[in-house]
Design a protein around this ligand. Structure first.
Ligand code: ZN
Length: 295
């Protein structure tokens, strides 16, 4: 299932939709209401319902039979597939080559940091910053795992049962603030610095999250290209590691790190500017495109 969040021109309230094919989106709560099933309009609330997958399947079946809640994709606006995560946990230096690129030793344990939830923005929206506040804005292609269940002290063997699905993320980073502060949270947490999308793809549709091509392009030029087979710590290990320290909840996002080729370490450096277009892609998940704008 490919779950996105959408709005229509006549309403500000977003709703959860499932993309059934290239052009159609089913509004789950609208189709669910027709079928007599209560389905939340927000994806975090949806994921928190342990029966959500069965309810969504019933709503889709009803929509396809009756045409209730079926929208032309061109007639709706996309929002981020998760809009209000309680937490965004990120992992630094989790691709072997990326650690070497920055002259950093390969870590023995995951290096965690976080972005504030106010960073989240959706596909096709703009990444915005004031060029007088930061002059070194960079992209990071990442595979993002979305937590589906309350997760506390889970073993690596059981950890993937707690992942609802995956999406594409861009861990946008203000390098001057990140490196100047000696602590990363400010440089990683400017508003709009966590574009995610295009949809949350449920875990059952992904053969192996540790064998997916991943790439980044700026203005059509490919600058990052790797595979999640190069992850130092896999998603099972990361979820388990995090959950030893703190509870993960439905809708929480885990950014799993970025491969080599980020702008700051290139010769010469490639830093994002007003008008640039950044596309991050992950095999089986799709592509996430955002434009950059000085504000
Ligand atoms: Zn990152």
């Amino acid at each position: 299932m490919r779950i996105g969040q959408y709005t229509t021109a006549d309403t500000e309230q977003h709703w959860c939709g499932v993309r059934t094919d290239a052009d159609r989106v089913i509004n789950l709560s609208e189709a669910g209401a027709g079928a007599g099933i209560d389905i939340p309009t927000d994806s975090t609330d949806l994921l928190a319902d342990w029966e959500w997958q069965r309810k969504a399947e019933l709503a889709i079946e009803y929509a396809e039979k009756t045409d209730t809640g079926v929208y032309d994709e061109a007639a709706v606006d996309r929002r981020a597939p998760v809009l209000n995560p309680e937490k965004i946990v990120c992992v630094g230096l989790n691709y072997r080559d990326h650690a070497e690129e920055g002259d950093n030793p390969i870590p023995d344990e995951p290096v965690l940091f976080s972005k504030f939830p106010t960073t989240v923005t959706g596909p096709e929206s703009t990444i915005e910053w004031d060029p007088e506040f930061t002059e070194k804005v960079d992209y990071e292609a990442e595979l993002v795992a979305v937590i589906g269940r309350e997760t506390r002290r889970v073993s690596p063997e059981d950890a993937l049962d707690h992942v609802a699905g995956y999406l594409v993320g861009n861990d946008v980073s203000a390098r001057d603030l990140q490196h100047g502060d000696g602590q990363w949270v400010r440089g990683k947490s400017l508003d709009t610095f966590a574009p995610i999308g295009p949809e949350l793809v449920t875990a059952n549709e992904i053969d192996d999250p540790h064998d997916l091509e991943i790439w980044a392009e700026v203005n059509g030029e490919r600058l990052q290209e790797s595979t999640t087979a190069n992850l130092i710590f896999g998603i099972d290990e990361l979820v388990s590691f995090c959950s030893q320290a703190f509870t993960l909840n439905p809708g929480d996002l885990l950014f799993t790190g970025t491969p080599p080729g980020v702008g700051v370490y290139r010769e010469p450096p490639v830093l994002l500017e007003d008008g640039d277009s950044v596309t991050i892609g992950v095999e089986e998940l799709g592509e996430l495109s955002n434009s950059c704008e000085y504000r």
